[in-house]
Design a binder for this molecule. Sequence first.
Ligand code: ADP
Length: 472
Amino acid sequence: MESITNKVEGSILPDTKKVGSSNKNIERNHRILIIDDNEAIHNDFRAILESKDENAIDLGEEKNAIFGNQQIKEKLSNFEITSAFQGKEGLLKIQQALQEGHPYAMAFIDMRMPPGWDGLETIQKIWEEYPDLQVVICTAYSDYSWHEIVKKLGETEKLLILKKPFDNIEVYQLASALTEKWYLTQKARSKQEELEQIVKQRTELLEETNRQLTIALEEAEEADRAKSEFLANMSHEIRTPMSSVIGFSDVLAEEDLTENQKKYVELIRQSGKNLMQIINDILDFSKIKAGKFEIKMIECDLDQILSEVESIMGLDARNKGLEFKIIQKEKLPSQIYTDPTRLRQCFINLIGNSLKFTEKGHIYLIASLEYDNDNKPYIRFDVEDTGIGIKSENLESIFESFSQVDHGASRKYGGTGLGLAITKQLSNLLGGTISLTSQLGKGSVFTLTIPVGMDIKSKSSSAKYDTSKNST
Ligand code: ADP
């Protein structure tokens, strides 16, 4: 499998240089269109806006106060005026300018232009083609109320009304302000487009990264499943010859052997059993991971399960000089709905650990009946020992696979670090939980809970769970 880092290459930040280069370079635009049926009006506008000579224009007393001479001179020399005498002609000029790539920034449009379109109709037609145009409508009469204008053209900030006869300064101010407004609007739009492009690129990149991660994750899961399947098959294949080794060493032990031979046969038998336990753990663990672990839920006798645990583990504990007891704190339901083989396996794992890690004192399996928040009964089993205990910083990781917290002890006692991981998976599959409290040097209590489950027993007596989702 290709590594994730190889696949997800480069930074997720977009290349801003590329974004910038695709951005339009917006320039100031002083092109103004005058649409008016009266030729004299055109001359007036030209006189105010087009003249290169500041002194030729009568801007009145206000000019210095408002703009200062230098500023006026610069602005005046920049405006570029085009004339149209009817609405239709104005529209044609707008279209032509757009085609040439030099659109107008604004237009002064007369309200009454017989025999053609009036001002409002002209604006309507122009905005259909070129909605960016800033417009000043010039009128001598109250042809339309503002309300009527809004009704025709819609609510807009691109339209201003100029009452005739107009003031030169006012015309000049409008031309300056609206051409600047056009420029700023274009700039803002271009900036927005640039930002949208960055966001788009970033989103695409993130989506691509996500896609690659999903593929990598699927591949990793598939590889993990394949590995677990391989392990499950291998463990299964090793079990068969191992059974023969153990079986025949049992047979051999019955033969007339010298003391040394007896010792060797016992060693073979014990090593075979240990190896078998390890193989069984690997088989269970890999089956859980591969999603092939079968749980058979049936109605079963809790007392019988506990007495089997007593006969399997009790003798070993007592042989080691430990007190071993199974304590029922109160009357427990005689019948429960669970998988007895797997429940037994949980006890054997937990008590087996206690046996390994306890040199003196006791091991108790204490059972009690409790109720959850929905008032459903469950059985709580505490496996309590007076063994070496576990450091508090290791309590969290202890249920993870292959985790052995005390390496010295593990070497001494053996084991794979799989027992608790399997027990946790099993308790989950049985609908229960597992937790732990421990004090270093004093002992540990592993708490397993499982539902009494009689209320769900009618559903199914045997189920194959997809355990791959639950595995750690
Ligand atoms: P192992 O096969 O190594 O026993 P487990 O998953 O059963 O694997 O246990 C993991 C580790 O947790 C053990 O190696 C040991 O360090 C610690 N451990 C488990 N049970 C006990 C216990 N009762 N007392 C002290 N340490 C324990």
